[in-house]
Design a protein around this ligand. Sequence first.
Ligand code: ADP
Ligand code: MG
Ligand code: MG
Length: 247
Amino acid sequence: MLEIQNLQATVADKPILKGLSLTINAGEIHAIMGPNGAGKSTLGYTLGGRPGYEVTGGTATLDGTDLFELEPYERAAAGLFLGFQYPVEIPGVSFVQFLRESANAQRKARGEAPLSGGEFLKLAKEKAGLLRMDMDMLKRPVNVGFSGGEKKRAEMVQMGILDPKIAILDETDSGLDIDALRICGEGINAIMRKPDKAVLLITHYQRLLDYVKPDFVHVLAGGRIVRSGGPELALELEENGYEAVAA
Ligand code: ADP
Ligand code: MG
Ligand code: MG
């Protein structure tokens, strides 16, 4: 589904990704772990097409389509979802409005008719329910005054509505208490653990992986995948730290 080969990328002219290769098949959940500054967020931003992240070599395809040929909104329409380490606040726009517009922008890019008000509301309620989110909460401005856990749960509601093929979730577990972690983990499983979907979880900690069990775990260090294994690799990292494992 997602095939990354020898990816090289720079941020502010500084090489960050230095030949990263990774293959993710439909139905698989992968986790990338690695020390601070390893390039984990850079990988997500580069695949998403964030301005300032420049691809200098290598390829990335989603179901055979070259991602780097697509505008960021086209990548989203093609089925790529990015969950951000630091969700942005948008004062003046309610989360419900934001969700409806992002859903309809995606549909438009796919040549599909927009959702009616009723269709959208039904979908939003269903996904909010999965994340135990009150619809009243979603009437508030996007992320303004939301706790860390509420921001991440709201982001998972958005993921549910956009129904991506592949989700790259950057430290979805950061700033979450135990209950929010479990709710987000269960939400990710409910939305994404399907034979025709895949997930790439970027995380520092084993704890999210207790809820969303990865099929493969990779260590990213120095801009490359330096080790890959099964779920046991995450436990080994937790035990021994990155230096021992990545050396
Ligand atoms: P990680 O998510 O693994 O902690 P990042 O991908 O955020 O790492 O960062 C990788 C490296 O790129 C770091 O050394 C960071 O300082 C650098 N970097 C990230 N964004 C920028 C930027 N906008 N300008 C300059 N350097 C950046
Ligand atoms: Mg970091
Ligand atoms: Mg990061």
